[in-house]
Design a protein around this ligand. Structure first.
Ligand code: UT7
Length: 327
């Protein structure tokens, strides 16, 4: 009898090339001191030319599949969360399906920005619980260095490239995905967006000249919404599952800004040693940030059977989401 959907394998991949704060000092008017104190980031990874989103995704996916002991041919579904796809058409999931050598299972992209991985595992859970599918690959992947305005010091210091993946399968005991919550409020669409390149502002000389294909962010306003919404969704998860903050082994927030993570943890009354953070090394990788963090914890053998792990995300849309895992 299927009781829950469970993450049985994780994987992650970041490019080798490191871009430090000192490197950024040579590109824009900024300083290591400003970036470190305002964001917690010391360095981030940037993919070299010729590497696309699907390539990063497949590196992470292969590791997750290997750990789960699942062959690509056995997959029933591939969900790829990204806002930096290989191409507008077809989906990045199509390139991944073919590149991995998976069967012609279903595969699609999901656009929920930094909440995309949590949205992805929420959708995957439903297919597992209904019994329709048994092996689902969920990937969060971003190549944000390609959509950065490298003259905009408020954004180019934050975002980075990387991928994280998880294989989700049925569980016959109570280990697995305990609860999920998804939210969106489209009143905030212009807080974080790439205006050009869609059907609203079709690519043209004008959109190029106005830098409309790059990420635009109202950082300071977003900061406040992010903190409040990640706190709220964490509380919702705990209330609805009747657990307290003391029951949580690790809290993995989307790695948007270390000050946001700390503020959320403090508001929740979470001891700082339970707050997982890798933003100093990885930067903000949007969809990829939570699965990379989860994979790091998993591969460091820090997760024990039965541990409760709270995941909370926030991103463009604005979207925000929470997931409680029993490991
Ligand atoms: O992942 C999806 C969700 N993303 C987020 O949640 C991001 C949320 N926002 C943030 O992380 C922060 O707002 C930022 C890190 C983007 C900015 O930090 P802040 O403390 O909110 O700074 P600010 O935007 O209020 O700017 C303060 C000052 C400004 O100068 P003035 O006007 O006070 O003279 C900026 O021009 O800092 C300046 N500034 C910089 N200075 C040096 C902005 N970026 C930089 C920079 N280096 N890179």
């Amino acid at each position: 009898m299927i009781k829950r959907a469970r993450i049985v394998g994780t994987g992650s991949y970041v490019p080798d090339k490191i871009l430090t704060n000192q490197d950024l000092e040579k590109i824009v008017d900024t300083s290591d001191e400003w970036i470190t104190t305002r964001t917690g980031i010391k360095e981030r990874r940037i993919a070299p030319e010729g590497v696309y989103t699907s390539i990063l995704a497949m590196e992470a996916a292969k590791k997750a599949l290997e750990q789960a002991e699942v062959s690509p041919k056995e997959l029933d579904l591939i969900i790829c969360s990204t806002i930096s796809p290989d191409q507008p058409l077809p989906s990045t999931a199509a390139f991944i399906q073919h590149g991995l050598g998976a069967n012609t299972c279903g595969a699609f992209d999901m656009a929920a920005a930094c909440s995309g991985f949590l949205y992805g595992i929420t959708v995957a859970e439903q297919f597992i619980l209904t019994g329709k599918y048994k092996r689902i690959l969920v990937i969060g992947v971003e190549l944000l260095s390609r959509v950065m305005d490298w003259e905009d010091r408020a954004t180019c210091i934050l975002f980075a490239d990387g991928a994280g993946a998880a294989v989700i399968m049925p569980s016959e005991d109570d280990r697995g995905i305990v609860h999920t919550i998804m939210h969106i409020d489209g009143a905030f669409t212009d807080y974080l967006h790439i205006p050009g390149g869609g059907m609203r502002y079709v690519s043209s000389h004008e959109t190029l000249n106005n830098k409309m294909h790059f990420v635009k962010m109202r950082g300071n306003e977003l900061f406040k919404v992010a903190t409040r919404f990640m706190e709220n969704v964490s509380r919702e998860i705990m209330e609805q599952t009747k657990i307290s903050i003391d029951d949580i082994k690790y809290f993995i927030p989307h790695q948007a800004n270390q000050r946001i993570s700390i503020a959320v943890a403090e508001r929740l009354g979470l001891p700082m040693e339970k707050l997982y953070s890798n933003i100093d090394r990885i930067g903000n990788t949007s969809s990829a940030s939570i699965p990379i963090a989860l994979d790091e914890l998993n591969r460091a053998y820090k997760l024990d059977k039965g541990d409760l792990i709270l995941l909370a995300s926030f991103g463009a849309g604005v979207t925000w989401a929470g997931v409680l895992l029993k490991w």
